[in-house]
Structures are given as C-alpha cells and as structure tokens.
Design a protein around this ligand. Sequence first.
Ligand code: DQA
Length: 141
Amino acid sequence: MKQVHVLNGPNLNLLGTREPETYGRETLADIEARLTAKGKAQGVEVIFRQSNHEGDLVDWIQEAGRAGIPIILNAGALTHTSIALPDAIRGSQAVCIEVHLTNVHARESYRHHSYISAAARGVILGFGSLSYDLALQALLS
Ligand code: DQA
C-alpha cells in the first residue's frame, strides 16, 4: 500500500486546547483519524507524526524523501525559522506540501515568511484542519 507521511512540528500536539479561537477545537488525533480514513478509502496508508524537536522532523523528512513517500508538512513555528527543514526536503528530494491551519499572511508579520515554501511542491493554508484534507486530495490526484 502506498504511503503519505503527515509531519507536524512544535506545539501542534496541543491542538484542541491551544488558543482555540485561532486554531479551533479539533485535536491532532481528530485530524489524524479523518485523514487516515480518507487515505484508506483510496488505498493509501497515512502515517501521522508530531514532534517538538527540529531534528526529529529533519530525520522524518529525509526518511520519507529517500523512500519516495510524499509528505504533508505543518512545521508550526519552525516554518519561520528553520533552514534545516527545507534543506532536508531538497536534500532528500521529498515531494512536500506545506500546510497551515491559519492564514499566516493575515497574522503577525513574523509569520509572513516561510523558509519551507520555496522547497515545497505547493502550499495550502488558512482553511483550518481542512488544509490537511486539501493537501491529501492534492497528493492523491
Ligand atoms: C501554524 C502557523 C505557525 O505560524 C504557528 O507557529 C503554528 C501553527 C498553523 O498551522 O497555522 O504553530 O503552522
């Protein structure tokens, strides 16, 4: 069965209780359950991972990229600070869709720049947890 890896960065483990007026009340486990079911219905195994540590994300991007497994990546705040993550995407030739729950361009100016975007195949943001579904749909088509 084909796989898609959904990689989540810092603080996304807190979804559901983290600033719900900004990020909603759904948990990461809720999103995982929905995407896993959607993938299964289309013959794709969706593997969800979350870490608060940049190095874990580098390892997971390299692992997926080298195995030819596409990635959906919400790097959280590392989006705006990390050079190692886009280097890992490029270095492992990972096909990566960058996602965000919120429209980062409508938020604080320090969220307007993403280091990931230039290394990503596409970017989907601002649709709440639906951003993940749209990214999966993009990969599956
Ligand atoms: C986020 C946006 C980032 O700026 C923020 O640091 C996050 C979540 C989003 O999904 O909207 O942790 O990636």
